[in-house]
Design a protein around this ligand. Structure first.
Ligand SMILES: Nc1ncnc2c1ncn2[C@@H]1O[C@H](COP(=O)(O)OP(=O)(O)OP(=O)(O)O)[C@@H](O)[C@H]1O
Ligand SMILES: [Mg+2]
Length: 501
């Protein structure tokens, strides 16, 4: 054993892709029985460093030691067999197969003395792990039928089933509710108590400070610092991540809302969700926030306006005229756009380029006669790359080679370019680093300045208070109240959010 319980040591790791030096002498030291946060801006190299550990990418340079022994895994299976597991940012599971297949794939328990898989044994083994983790999922459930959060739990259970010593969680909470996050943290604490080392990648500063013992910060593929989490403040982390002082998290507040209503929603209720009897109006140039607890109907409200869910009742008026918005297609034609919460799952054409992914929803505006104007598409794409500092060697790069956060920015840009009159945003800055968040707020403000209107759902209260003019508060599927963002407090919003719970 090395000194101070060192479990894993990564030294001088470098890795280049065509046009990008993704890792430039990066390093990381993980101790047994600790949670080690890995932080950095979108594209800093966090996921790549972990993929080098797992043999998903082969490193160009550097050394990796597991309990003092140099290792060089060639596949994630080899890593798993050595007790090193990873829950990926992009879950890659066999969705058509069931839960236990996904956990035991490639190492099915056999019937005694026979070459047949013992389903019974597999079921029992799965239940044993689930009970240990307090996970309530049917081992026979088909993966595609489960929400992302449960699929993630299955992935964690798989890591545990291999008796892993090192577990990497790459942005594990981006699609979890608050209760699910608590559950995950209980599991992490249990694993830490057993002596596991956990590498935790996230952009959520509060979670990092809560769960981690040590923090390593990367920038542009390079190692910046490792600190004891107790000695760190949010401001310090941000400074180390972006390499400069970031005095403001939000651009100056904008108030360009006109007196004119662009949208009126009357008594909107959903057929298959808890959304009930919601009425409100939206002004031209207004940035309207929607607050509420998980499950309060915020996402459902946006989906219903956009025609992506079945309505039970209610009316929608745009510019005074009633619109049906029975389908997303119709809503888009009526000048609406929705940027969903699950951008990565629903919006990415992996093998297409950044340019194609950017312009795909606004192709009509680049038509010159029957031809697409390449120069115009290229100009628009460049504008989005600049506006959000999308980290890419070129716009001809395939989107799947971008970092997770940068993929999200491309999808965001796609909807901005459709130049909707009403832009519906569900958790617009999820998975996005602090610097890029600022840029996204500016893009939202630019739209407002052009007289467009924005409705923005967010779980981050400071974001709603920092960017919006007015905030609707949802509770139990209903509208619990409405507050002026400049004259309210987190307490007032929380009180409203609990009104019908
Ligand atoms: N397969 C690949 N081909 C080409 N470039 C890649 C590939 N994988 C990663 N990169 C590049 O390496 C850099 C680091 O990406 P990485 O995914 O490690 O970032 P990250 O820190 O995980 O960011 P995020 O917070 O957005 O997930 C980026 O510039 C990315 O575009
Ligand atoms: Mg990543």
């Amino acid at each position: 054993m090395e000194e101070n319980n060192v479990l894993l040591r990564m030294e001088d790791i470098s890795k280049s892709f065509p046009g990008v030096k993704a890792l430039d002498h990066a390093q990381l030291t993980l101790r047994a029985g600790t949670v080690h946060a890995l932080m950095g801006e979108n594209g800093a190299g966090k996921s790549t460093l972990m993929k080098c550990l797992f043999g998903i990418y082969s490193k160009d340079e550097g050394h990796i030691f597991l309990e003092g022994q140099e290792i060089n895994f060639k596949s994630s299976r080899e890593a798993l067999d050595h007790g090193v597991a990873m829950v990926h940012q992009e879950l890659n599971q066999a969705l058509k197969r069931n839960v236990m297949d996904n956990i035991w794939l490639g190492r099915y328990p056999k019937m005694k003395g026979l070459p047949f898989v013992s389903e019974k044994q597999m079921y029992a083994d799965t239940m044993r792990v689930f009970e240990e983790l307090d996970v309530h999922v049917d081992p026979k459930m088909v993966m595609s039928k489960m929400p992302v959060s449960q699929r993630q739990m299955v992935e964690i259970a798989k890591a545990v089933s291999f008796n892993s010593k090192v577990i990497v969680l790459d942005e594990p909470t981006s699609s979890l509710t608050e209760q699910e996050v608590e559950h995950l943290f209980r599991i992490i604490n249990m694993l830490r108590d057993r002596g596991c080392g956990i590498i935790y990648i996230s952009h959520k500063m509060d979670e990092i400070l809560r769960i981690s013992d040590e923090v390593t910060i990367m920038r542009d593929g390079q190692y910046i610092a490792t600190r004891d989490a107790r000695d760190l403040t949010k401001a310090e982390i941000i400074r180390l991540m972006v390499g400069r002082e970031m005095t403001n998290q939000f651009p100056p507040k904008l108030d360009v809302a006109s007196d004119e209503d662009i949208l009126k929603v009357e008594n909107l209720s959903a057929q298959y969700s808890i959304l009930t009897d919601v009425s409100f109006s939206l002004k031209k140039g207004e940035i309207l926030g929607v607050a509420g607890l998980d499950g309060s109907g915020r996402t459902e409200l946006l989906e219903n306006i956009f025609g992506a869910a079945t309505r039970r009742g209610g009316k929608i008026f745009k510019d005074g005229a009633q619109v049906a918005n029975k389908s997303p297609k119709e809503a888009i034609a009526n000048g609406f756009a929705l940027v969903t919460e699950e951008r990565r799952a629903t919006g990415i054409f992996g093998i297409l380029t950044i340019r194609e992914n950017t312009v795909i929803s606004s192709l009509k505006s680049y038509l010159r006669g029957i031809f697409l104007n390449n120069a115009a598409m290229s100009e628009a794409t460049d504008r989005m790359i600049q506006a959000m500092s999308i980290k890419t060697p070129s716009q001809k790069t395939k989107i799947q080679s971008l970092s997770g956060g940068n993929q999200q920015k491309v999808i965001f840009g796609r909807w901005i370019l459709t130049s909707p009159d009403i832009l519906l945003l569900d958790e617009p800055t999820r998975g996005i680093d602090v610097g890029a968040k600022y840029e996204i707020y500016e893009l939202i403000q630019d739209l407002a300045k052009q007289g467009k209107s924005v409705i923005m759902v967010s779980s981050e209260m400071p974001e709603l208070l920092g960017v919006c003019n007015r905030i609707l508060v949802m509770s139990g599927g209903r509208l619990a109240g409405e507050v002026d963002a400049d004259h309210t407090s987190q307490e007032e919003i929380m009180t409203l959010a609990a009104k019908y719970v």
